[in-house]
Ligand binder design. Structure first.
Ligand SMILES: *[C@@H]1O[C@H](CO)[C@@H](O)[C@H](O)[C@H]1NC(C)=O
Ligand SMILES: *[C@@H]1O[C@H](CO)[C@@H](O)[C@H](O)[C@H]1NC(C)=O
Ligand SMILES: *[C@@H]1O[C@H](CO)[C@@H](O)[C@H](O)[C@H]1NC(C)=O
Length: 418
């Protein structure tokens, strides 16, 4: 390589060097302009001095009531102790959790209705640590919320993305949440001022994790704790699309009853449908640990969403140590083909046969959604297509795969429009 470089005339060398530097600068700007640090102070106002503003009913947070909390990572209280401490009869009624792990402030109107999704399997200790911390913090933040523990049963490899998708669909059957928090079970928030609410961006709350020496790993990292408003999820913007020559309104019920989810034109491409195609939830194809967070990062970028983060002093998390699962084989391959799948693989790809709800129980501290995932035919087709596309590594194949997905032309025309 170096010998090749030496054969280039000096002027050419400088040109190359310059080009290389320019690329770096471009990349840096491109990335950093996508992210911004924002104080959660939009949500925090000092307690109004005059009562008139209080009467408007909005929940005001007291800045000084929200502090950095010491966290004991080695002692997780037993579940029944936690239940009595947070939801028992001795707890004052205003602070007591309602069945299903819900709470709402009683003397003010909360801004949003928040669903906290925790994808879970075999991490009891972590879950107890998290619940102990999370409930106390969210009540201090005066947030109206429900905690969902979406547990995967069966022998299939863990699929975080799909569990999150299922969680969203099931949660929306219970209430119309405005805001979803996708939370890893091993991330314990340290600062009460890291407010668990949505803004208009993809909000990444874990801006400083102790394992990463309290820094963001890379600008586009959206793992660990991610917040997305309902508008960013596709299903629930209020539009109807034409599906297989029939008009359907996209609702969770429709989702669980339909087998065909391809969108034929014509669709009224107004603002709401733009939202509809915004990110299409998580990808369902990452079986095992890794890469589904890269995928969702790519999706939000494609949708033109910015990333906001709390400052490093507030977005602090402690990570519970555990033996790391190995990265999945082929995870990166899947990721390389994300663009080909984007509109077909996600919330709108959940079918009756791709998951079974084993049980849904309102426990004192959380709503337990136990679910068995399976590879649907549709998904296998997706996977096969994306693998082939990568193996041959030709864009033409991507085109073909899109053609077979039938949504392709429509997708292209949308791209042309926007
Ligand atoms: C959806 O939109 C229709 C008319 O545009 C309206 O009547 C209906 O209430 C809306 N539904 C929801 C859930 O917002
Ligand atoms: C699309 O929807 C908007 C608002 O609902 C309406 O004003 C417009 O006429 C529609 N366009 C078409 C082509 O149906
Ligand atoms: C959730 O419910 C399932 C089925 O009842 C049960 O096996 C599992 O232990 C529960 N999980 C949690 C975290 O409570």
């Amino acid at each position: 390589m170096y010998r090749l470089y030496r054969q280039v005339p000096v002027a050419g060398r400088y040109l190359l060097l310059c080009l290389y530097l320019c690329l770096w600068v471009f990349a840096l700007f491109n990335y950093s302009s996508r992210c911004r640090y924002s104080q959660p102070d939009v949500f925090i106002e000092d307690w109004p001095a005059d009562d008139s503003r209080l009467k408007s009913g909005r929940c005001y947070l007291r800045r000084d009531s929200l502090q950095l909390q010491p966290i004991d990572m080695h002692n997780a209280p037993e579940l029944h102790h936690l239940e009595t401490a947070l939801a028992g009869p001795e707890v004052p009624a205003q602070m007591r959790l309602r069945p299903g792990g819900s709470w709402a402030p009683s003397n003010c109107t909360p801004l949003q209705h928040v669903a906290v999704m925790v994808a879970f399997r075999n991490r009891d200790f972590h879950l107890r640590l998290l619940l102990n911390r999370l409930h106390r913090m969210l009540r201090r933040q005066l947030i109206k919320y429900t905690v969902f523990v979406v547990e995967q049963t069966g022998p299939e490899p863990f699929n975080r993305g799909m569990l999150m998708n299922v969680g969203v669909v099931e949660a929306l059957k219970l209430a119309s949440f405005d805001c979803f928090i996708f939370h890893d079970v091993d991330m314990i928030p340290e600062h009460d001022r890291n407010v668990y609410l949505c803004d208009e961006n993809a909000r990444h709350l874990a801006s400083a994790i102790d394992e990463m020496r309290y820094h963001v790993m890379f600008y586009n990292y959206l793992g660990a704790v991610l917040v997305l408003s309902r508008q960013a999820m596709p299903l629930y913007t209020n539009i109807s699309v034409r599906l297989s020559r029939q008009r359907h309104r996209i609702t969770p019920e429709w989702l669980s009853n339909s087998d065909s989810v391809c969108f034929d034109s014509p669709v009224n491409a107004t603002m709401s449908s733009k939202n509809f195609f915004r990110i299409n939830g998580f990808s369902n194809v990452y079986w095992g640990w890794g890469n589904e967070d890269d995928d969702i990062s790519a999706r939000t970028m494609e949708a033109g969403m910015l990333v906001s983060r709390p400052p490093l002093t507030l977005g602090r998390y402690k990570m519970v140590r555990h033996p790391k699962a190995v990265r999945i084989e082929g995870g990166y391959t899947h990721f390389m083909a994300w663009r080909a799948r984007h509109y077909e693989d996600g919330l709108n790809a959940l079918r009756k046969e791709s998951y079974t709800i084993v049980s849904r129980q309102a426990m004192p501290l959380y709503t337990n959604i136990s679910v068995r995932l399976s590879l649907s035919r549709h998904q296998m087709k997706q996977e096969w297509l994306s693998k082939t596309a990568i193996l041959l590594s030709v864009d033409v194949l991507e085109l073909i795969s899109r053609y077979f997905n039938r949504c392709s032309l429509f997708h292209y025309s949308l791209h042309a429009i926007f």
